[in-house]
Structure formats: structure tokens, C-alpha cells
Design a protein. Sequence first.
Length: 152
Amino acid sequence: MELVFTNECDPKYDGYEAVYTDLLFKTLRHLGQADNVIVEVEFVGPAAIRELNRAYRDRDQVTDVLSFAFMDEVPGELKIQNAPFVDLGSIVICLDQAVAQAASYGHGLERELSFLFVHGLLHLLGYDHQTATDEKKMFALQDEIIGKRIST
């Protein structure tokens, strides 16, 4: 298992690499997934995430988290088989947006950043929230994974 962490914002948030490594392990174990994965996570500012959101989702606005799954099946694309490690994809988190949301929701920043990471990771693992049923399942999984470890 490997987590590639990049922080383009403030170095005081570099400690989230350890938090996210723990959450990656906990998520894979909770879901019964193999741990031969690579996940990339990056903290960016509002301008960077707005540009990504515009370019890839045609939404010209700041968002809190984006996931780019590398394992999505694309018609005509060759599938890598029997690789020792599987690169699940990339999670991009807007640190400023997370700080604002934590204050708005009245809970701690660690809880918000953990939620955003696990949310993005579940997307990389194929979970979605396009329907009310899928959303309920995905959000329940997030709560189970984050659990009581993180206080409000």
C-alpha cells in the first residue's frame, strides 16, 4: 500500500499524510480489499480546484474534493492485468474549502479532511451517490470507516 501525498498549500498540514495513510489502510480493511494499491492525494487552493472542476466536469466553480479514478473501464482501452500494484487514482482536496466547510458545519478540520479523503477514496473504489440509495450506502460507509476516532 502506498499513499503519495502532495501539499501545495501550507506545510503545517503535512501531518495529514499519516492520517490519510491510516484511513487508506482502514478503508481497504473495512471493505475487504487487497492492500496492493497506490493512491495519490493532493491539497490545492481554490484556483487550482476550480480549473480542474471546469476542465473535467464543466463546472466553473470551487469544490471541496475531486476524484480521478484510474481503474474506470474505458471502451477500447487495454486493461493492465496481474500488476503487483494497482494505481487507484488521484484525490484532489481544496484545503481552503475544507477549512470553510469545517467552520460552517461546526466540526473540526481533521473530521472534515478525513471525510473528504474517504469520500474521494470510495469514489476511486467504484462507489457513487447518483441515487438516494447509493448516497445512503456511501455515506454510511464513510461514517463506519471514520468512526469515533475523530471527534466533532
